[in-house]
Design a binder for this molecule. Structure first.
Ligand code: KG4
Ligand code: ZN
Length: 337
């Protein structure tokens, strides 16, 4: 079964054709980053306009590179939530029209469940149950996963998402947008022990697996303020972009790992599947790989960020089970409550 997947929740306009939830025949990701970088962040109005301009061309290109005429497609999947409402509506409406015009089964899917599915596109399917680590620009979720659509949230962020913290620190220091990849690259040349930034004190009761990034973000920003005012304890030799990036990145990832390891110990689950843009982070990948008692599965780098292949892959699982979404299905900015 060949499924066309369409993703337009944020600043990537993407479509893919995936066979049987596994084999990527084509995956086209048209990034809008240059249009948003001048504003140091995603501008929702620009995002939805670009999706409107690009979506038909992206789908045409993906069908051509997959070697498929529209008639070769057996089902259509699109992201319906969570994300920027205007952007979601473009991809979702296009997908519904495509399915309706060809009388194809249609399914609306959740973007975060699709990130979790991304690893299945290249790896053997992990056995359920496992721990999921969903880390993106908008979400930070540690969950127990019992099936492709059976997720129990164990912990989440009580303030900023981890990717958002990377983006805000990067913006403040003028490293570039989106911040994660810039900080990751700078950090390679820095000393992660140059600065000790605080870890949040969240390990009890209902917050046992939760994370927080506002304290870290403030501490990193204060560091630069002190340096600019010249009243901080550190001199210019230590306050290099590389040292700041490496120390921030280590703390940001250690915050995640503390919760993941705690959840693994408490639940006895030994497989961790990561997904989302921050799953591309080199320190996160190497630190998790060091835990020999855990099997850690990451999507390949090009499938960590937003892409149509993960939507098509997850969509296939629903369609195979016989699930269909009505064409009245609409978009939602939030995860389903
Ligand atoms: O999943 P994604 O592409 O979009 C959302 O669903 O939000 O994630 C984007 C986020 C951004 O915050 C970006 O800075 C972050 O992923 N990111 C990274 C890296 N690459 C992208 N964060 C840390 N290290 C990276 N290498
Ligand atoms: Zn995403």
């Amino acid at each position: 079964m060949k499924v066309l997947g369409i993703e337009s929740s944020c600043d990537e306009c993407s479509a893919a054709v995936v066979e049987d939830g596994k084999r990527i025949l084509s995956n086209v990701v048209a990034t809008q980053i240059p249009f948003h970088a001048v504003y140091d962040g995603v501008v929702p109005e620009i995002a939805s306009r670009k999706h409107t301009e690009w979506i038909a061309r992206v789908v045409k290109e993906v069908l051509e590179t997959a070697g498929e005429a529209p008639d070769g497609i057996d089902g259509v999947a699109a992201t319906a939530r969570p994300g920027l409402l205007g952007s979601l509506l473009v991809g979702l409406s296009f997908a519904k029209a495509f399915a309706w015009a060809r009388d194809l089964p249609f399914i609306a899917v959740d973007h975060m469940l699709a990130h979790l599915y991304a690893a299945n596109l290249t790896e053997n399917d992990p056995d359920y149950p496992f721990l999921g680590l969903l880390v993106s620009g908008g979400h930070t979720i540690i969950c127990r996963v019992d099936g492709f659509d059976a997720v129990t949230v164990l912990g989440t962020t009580i303030d900023d998402a981890v990717g958002e913290a990377f983006d805000k620190v990067s913006k403040y220091y003028g490293f570039g947008y989106p911040g994660g990849a810039y900080i990751d690259r700078l950090a390679v040349k820095g000393d992660p022990a140059a600065f000790r930034f605080p870890l949040p004190n969240l390990h009890k009761g209902e917050h046992r697996y939760d994370v927080s990034y506002s304290g870290l973000k403030t501490a990193v920003i204060n560091q630069l303020e002190q340096f600019r005012r010249k009243d901080g304890p550190r001199g210019p030799a230590e306050v290099t972009p590389e040292n700041i990036a490496a120390s921030f990145q280590k703390t940001a990832v250690d915050i995640l790992l503390r919760s993941v390891f705690r959840a693994a110990e408490d639940t006895g689950l030994t497989t961790v599947v990561a997904g989302g843009g921050v799953a591309a982070n080199s320190y996160l990948r190497s630190a998790l790989a060091e835990r020999k008692d855990l099997r850690c599965i990451f999507p390949p780098l090009d499938l960590c960020g937003d892409n149509g292949a993960m939507i098509a892959g997850l969509g296939y699982q629903y369609l195979k089970r016989g699930d269909r979404s009505p064409l009245s299905e609409t978009a939602s900015a939030r995860v389903r409550g």
